[in-house]
Design a protein around this ligand. Structure first.
Ligand SMILES: *Cc1c(COP(=O)(O)O)cnc(C)c1O
Length: 415
């Protein structure tokens, strides 16, 4: 059985029954939060029962999830991503302990799979066969993949600027793709209108309260992987704000159910060229202002965030810090993650780590901290920015003399 009690509006506080198609508050339009019976979870699930489970996917935390089960349709393997202790990278950044949670290892190569897997199950509960969303790219490709596995049709709206790798995924998974000549904001608006018109299941993250419940499983995993001992900080890159809100919800749920006895602080990382949430967070206000979408990190280029209330509340409640990073700093973090940890991140995926570096340099966080940095998406999704970060290889004709010349030039293999 599910331990969900109700859905509570984050703006007016009104409480409603949580149905599979529950979206926003019928009274004020605010985003809803799913509430659980934590006492019941506490008696149903212990750390020991959990440790005995062989399911390594996100569904191993069933008691914390808003579903009764996942039905019998085929599913992709979502969750269970590695948490690496990155000592070399920690030393380079000048921090005591650093872990990298590589969520780029999900089936469609981003953290968004956690939300999409949830959306597909909720769509089935609602009896809907067609699922739709708008997205900067990763929500789209994850929905397309997870829906394809279960045999659903998808309609996907992406801004025309979405990187080719992500669009290729969509086409490969058989989605109906609408590439919108406009900003993410324009794309979102059109998708909302179409969803209304044709009655598709709505996977738009900030409208559908269940998606955050999927995303929060990343925190449940981090906690379990660390033996339920909390780090000082968790760094997250922020666009719409659903991911950081989900990360916070996961830790809060664990705290309420008695699995952890303290909460980490969040490091909210945005791009300098598009940082409406961090600008508001730094001023300790909920009044954010739209910004241009000016960064190579397409997944967090969100000028009009869809979930600012939950995100800002999460940052504030956690006594978090807000850090903005330049595109150069993001490219540098991509190189560092690759070279010092063997992790290949897309720009938005590396932004969290760029934020950790900057927070250390500017003294926002202390050097004796223990930090988890979330890598939210894989670098193969955006190959042109990877080449931009890492450069081109040595190119020569197939002759040993040329190889020796090239090595001499680069100072390689001198004896
Ligand atoms: C979506 C996404 C984010 C940010 O998540 P939001 O919910 O939009 O804040 C960060 N990184 C990657 C790779 C993403 O796809």
């Amino acid at each position: 059985m599910s331990y969900v009690m109700d859905a509570k509006c984050t703006v007016c506080g009104h409480v409603f029954p949580a149905g599979p198609e529950t979206t926003v508050c019928p009274d004020c339009g605010g985003i809803l939060d799913i509430e659980y019976d934590y006492d019941a979870i506490r008696s149903a699930l212990t750390k020991e029962t959990l440790a005995g489970r062989t399911d390594r996917t996100m569904w191993r935390y069933m008691e914390f999830l808003p579903v009764d089960g996942i039905g019998s349709r085929p599913r992709l393997r979502v969750g269970g991503s590695p948490l690496y202790r990155a000592d070399r990278l920690a030393k380079t950044l000048g921090v005591k302990t650093l872990y990298i949670k590589d969520d780029g290892q999900n089936p469609t190569a981003s953290l968004k799979d956690r939300a999409s897997a949830m959306a597909v199950v909720k769509a089935e509960e609602a009896g809907k066969e067609i699922i739709a969303c708008s997205s900067t790219g990763n929500a789209a490709s994850s929905l397309a993949g997870n829906a394809a596995a279960a045999g659903h049709q998808t309609f996907i709206f992406v801004p025309a600027r979405a990187p080719k790798g992500k669009v290729a995924q969509l086409m490969m998974f058989g989605a109906h793709v609408i590439s919108v000549e406009g900003s993410y904001e324009d794309t979102f608006r059109l998708s909302a209108e179409a969803i209304d018109r044709w009655g598709w299941y709505n996977r738009n993250a900030a409208i559908n309260p269940y998606l955050m419940e999927g995303k929060k499983t990343v925190s449940l995993e981090i906690a379990e992987q660390l033996g339920f001992r909390m780090p000082d900080y968790v760094a997250v890159s922020v666009g719409d704000g659903c991911t950081i809100a989900g990360v916070w919800k996961g830790f809060r749920d664990l705290y309420e159910a008695g699995f952890i006895d303290r909460l980490p602080r969040l490091i909210s990382v945005q791009a300098e060229g598009c940082c409406p949430i961090n600008t508001a967070a730094a001023a300790h206000t909920m009044k954010w202002k739209p910004q241009e979408e000016n960064t190579i990190a397409d997944s967090i280029a969100v000028g009009v965030p869809r979930n600012p209330v939950k995100a800002l509340r999460a940052i504030e409640e956690s006594h978090g810090v807000a850090v903005n990073v330049s595109d150069e700093e993001i490219l540098a973090a991509m190189r560092l993650l690759g070279r010092e940890a063997g992790v290949f991140a897309e720009p938005a995926g590396a932004a969290g780590t760029a934020g950790v570096k900057k927070a250390l340099e500017t003294g926002l966080i202390g050097k004796d901290a223990e930090v988890v940095s979330l890598v939210t998406g894989n670098g193969l999704k955006d190959v042109s920015n990877a080449i931009r970060a890492a450069g081109e290889p040595i190119r020569i004709p197939p002759e040993m003399d040329r190889l020796l010349e090239a090595f001499a030039e680069k100072g390689l293999m001198k004896d």
